[in-house]
Write a protein that binds this ligand. Sequence first.
Ligand SMILES: O=P(O)(O)OC[C@@H](O)[C@@H](O)c1c[nH]c2ccccc12
Length: 263
Amino acid sequence: MTILERILEVKRLEVKQLLMEERDVSCGTLSKRPSLFETLKHSNLLEVISEMKRASPSKGMIAGQVDPVTQATTYERAGAACISVLTDKQFFKGSFDDLAAVSKAVQIPLLCKDFIIHEVQIDRAMEAGASVILLIVAALDEGTLQRLHTYATGNGLEVLVEVHDAKELSQALSIDAKLIGVNNRDLRTFEVDLSRTEEISRLFPFNEDHVFISESGIMNGKDAKRVATVGASAVLVGESLMRSASVEDSLHSLQVPKGGVLQ
Ligand SMILES: O=P(O)(O)OC[C@@H](O)[C@@H](O)c1c[nH]c2ccccc12
């Protein structure tokens, strides 16, 4: 069984649990945040989506003692375009409480990072103040991907659709995804390879309606430049910022000029 399959098994149980809990749906008011899509489209720099990531299945504990609010406000002050908060408990040691706490402390777009397979998780993300959710193409069949995308956008959320290969990119495009991220990490093997971003960039429809994001394994300005060169508008960065002794310097070193031919 791959790690992704194991995670999805746990998610199915979590969803059952969430569906049994009674909630006051009226608290699901959408927080007013700028649009991530618009922010990325209009910037001349490679923007940074900075992630609050305590631990991961591939790296174990990364920063167990870090306070999510302190980390997120540091990201915001340093000029991040968006904060990503991992809400998965079992594999990433995050929570919806982390997301809710961060939500109260920052004004920029806020991404709920989880393995979403059901609408009830989207409701929780909204309740906790997220303005963006992640949908992972590899985790969903086509019908569910479409349904969850429609549900989220219908509720005023933005959706980052994560792909890993050409087939997944065409699935993302077929549901009209606007924010498309290439995960450089293979969720089945944990292998990280930035050439994934380069490969997908050759197939990516760079135009008004799409932005291209490179996710995972971005460690420094050199990596940032590499993905900016092939048209990335943003990088999604967790580990290297979580481990950095100077978050501000590290984040600034990633904000290189956009370099794509069509930008
Ligand atoms: O820590 P990194 O290598 O900078 O990666 C961040 C982010 O891309 C990664 O956490 C991620 C990308 N897609 C995901 C899906 C689920 C969980 C985690 C992720």
